[in-house]
Design a protein around this ligand. Structure first.
Ligand SMILES: CC(C)(COP(=O)(O)OP(=O)(O)OC[C@H]1O[C@@H](n2cnc3c(N)ncnc32)[C@H](O)[C@@H]1OP(=O)(O)O)[C@@H](O)C(=O)NCCC(=O)NCCS
Length: 151
């Protein structure tokens, strides 16, 4: 673990950090050779971070972005906890993997959940990351995740 890593939940005032991340987010992908997701406008970044259903943690050390974790707060319809989390996306910078940063971000998310009475988090994991999630205590559930892209 890097000594002075800091993990913080971003707010709309952090739009600049999200814009900088979008320029280099390929480095947080399974394959860093892909293209970054592309320029993000200030309005788009502010709107995203201001969405009450969005949780976005950034891990940094000495001003360098080392990892991010993006969750969506999903309201539940029935009795029990008021919501659960959907872990949409996370990544550790390719040069900083296997140093505990991913696990630290998961722990930051879990602390946030505990303080708000949320008991479950789901992740549609890619095969590359399944072992990581299992190390962090996630277990496979029955069923499959399907997706439909409107063409
Ligand atoms: C998956 C990912 C976020 C893990 O981040 P990381 O900072 O390297 O993870 P950590 O160092 O905190 O690892 C925690 C534990 O998981 C293990 N682990 C990490 N990546 C793993 C992987 N790909 N497969 C199996 N185990 C893994 C570590 O060895 C460590 O185990 P230990 O506690 O026994 O030492 C990172 O590899 C990544 O950014 N991948 C590309 C993007 C991606 O796949 N995101 C997930 C999308 S669903």
């Amino acid at each position: 673990m890097t000594p002075d890593i800091r993990i913080r939940l971003l707010t709309p005032a952090d739009a600049g950090a999200l814009i900088r991340l979008a320029e280099v987010d390929n480095l947080f992908d399974e394959d860093p050779a892909v293209e970054p997701s592309g320029p993000l406008t200030y309005d788009a970044a502010t709107s995203f971070l201001g969405d009450p259903s969005v949780l976005f943690w950034l891990a940094e050390a000495n001003g360098e972005m080392l990892g991010f974790l993006h969750c969506c707060i999903q309201r539940r319809r029935n009795a029990g906890p008021w919501a659960e989390l959907l872990l949409m996306e996370m990544g550790t910078h390719a040069q900083w993997r296997r140093l505990g940063i991913g696990r630290s971000m998961i722990l930051a998310m879990e602390e946030w959940m505990r303080h708000r009475g949320i008991e479950e988090v789901w992740v549609p994991a890619n095969l590359y990351a399944t072992g990581f999630y299992e190390k962090c205590g996630f277990a496979k559930d029955e069923g499959e995740i399907l997706v439909k892209a409107l063409g």
